[in-house]
Design a protein around this ligand. Structure first.
Ligand SMILES: [Zn+2]
Length: 65
């Protein structure tokens, strides 16, 4: 049995990537079509936690809780 435990990455939930996030730089208006001008979206990027593997290896730490 492998001693290394693989767990789904808690950061990306096993999706291997971090989905782009759209944030409104100003207060939400919702009444104007210009609201998109104030929205900044980040592109999908590789998960920095699992490095795009979708899971993290849980190495043997000091002691077990
Ligand atoms: Zn991840």
């Amino acid at each position: 049995m492998p001693e290394t435990n693989r767990r789904p990455c808690p950061t990306c939930q096993g999706n291997k990537i971090i989905e782009g996030i759209c944030e409104a730089s100003s207060e939400w208006r919702g009444t104007s079509e210009d609201e998109k001008n104030d929205t900044q979206c980040t592109p999908d990027q590789e998960c920095p936690t699992c490095h795009g593997t979708g899971y993290v290896e849980e190495s043997c730490g000091p002691g077990r809780k």
